[in-house]
Design a protein around this ligand. Structure first.
Ligand SMILES: Cc1cc2nc3c(=O)[nH]c(=O)nc-3n(C[C@H](O)[C@H](O)[C@H](O)COP(=O)(O)O)c2cc1C
Length: 284
């Protein structure tokens, strides 16, 4: 099992020691053109999680390839590049520009604003990227998809090598004046409240595919990570938690094996997928 960061939740260049405590580093989503992102405020705390409207702020493909990626490679760890865009061509062109030895994997952020994540649209993007690169391609999906299983089957048929789930849920927070706290109005909701949503999405994806799955959403401790594995996650990513606890990678690893043992499993591998089947209770 690999322990990763969730895209956009860790800057490996300012906190290399946190990145190096992970098995691979996932970049913030890179789009073809530079993006300033949304106006501030872009972050709001809520009773049970965080809202962000960063708006995919990033330096754009050219600066990423010329400046950011070479510095990330100095970390001497596998780099997963998160790719975004507004059309399948946007995604494919970035994939094409990533040389085989520059990245370990590409995560396609299929939940970008204005990218319609209907199964056909997601499959079209994956298929265009498949023709553009031999690097492993993970399709990152939002929990909003009406039928996650169908989207998973569609992106697998289009050539995806793995699935990442979940991106944030759309949410709104209101201030004392009853106006939205975020300048953009709505934002992406992340943190502990997302865990049941993530478990359901990963479980539905596992019922639809044997591909590796990176599970994420609301992981706050080793038990949360273990539950994702039980629902069929092959790997686990830490998101919002990394803002609150820089020591989370080592802690989660230690807690994972303790929690597996507490749940009655000698080995973490034995937990994989145990929550995927239907529950049949005696007498039913
Ligand atoms: C501040 C912030 C920025 C994010 N930026 C990205 C991004 O650039 N690309 C992406 O695919 N997901 C992005 N996400 C979503 C996370 O990668 C992750 O899917 C989500 O936060 C759920 O995990 P969590 O509850 O553990 O945070 C971002 C999340 C946060 C909180």
């Amino acid at each position: 099992m690999l322990l990763l960061n969730a895209s956009g939740c860790l800057d490996a260049l300012t906190a290399p020691e946190i990145a190096q405590a992970l098995d691979a580093f996932v970049t913030k989503t890179v789009t073809p053109e530079p993006r300033d992102g949304s106006p501030p405020p872009r972050i709001a705390e809520t009773d049970a999680g965080m809202l962000n409207a960063i708006g995919l702020a990033n330096p754009g493909r050219e600066r990423f390839l010329a400046q950011t990626l070479p510095r990330l490679r100095e970390l001497s760890m596998p780099i997963w590049v998160s790719v975004g865009g507004f059309s399948s061509r946007d995604y494919a062109e970035t994939c094409e520009r990533l040389a085989r030895d520059e990245a370990a994997c590409i995560e396609l952020n299929l939940s970008c604003p204005n990218v319609d994540e209907a199964p056909e649209a997601a499959a079209e993007i994956v298929s265009a990227c498949r023709s553009a690169t031999a690097l492993p391609l993970y399709a990152k999906l939002s929990p909003h998809a009406w039928d996650i299983g169908e989207t998973v089957r569609a992106v697998e048929a289009a050539g995806a090598d793995g699935i990442s789930l979940v991106n944030t849920l759309r949410g709104v927070a209101l201030g004392a004046d009853l106006r939205p706290t975020l300048a953009r109005g709505a934002g992406g909701y992340s943190g502990p409240a997302l865990k049941p949503v993530a478990l359901a999405a990963v479980r539905a994806a596992r019922q639809a595919t044997d591909l590796p799955i990176v599970g994420m959403g609301g992981v706050w401790n080793g038990r949360d990570a273990l539950e994702l594995v039980a629902c069929g996650a092959t790997h686990v990513a830490l998101g919002t938690l990394l803002f609150a606890d820089p020591d989370a990678p080592a802690r989660i690893r230690a807690e994972l094996s303790e929690e597996a043992e507490r749940a009655g499993f000698d080995r973490l591998e034995d937990v994989f997928g145990v929550a995927v089947g239907a529950v049949v209770k005696a007498g039913n």
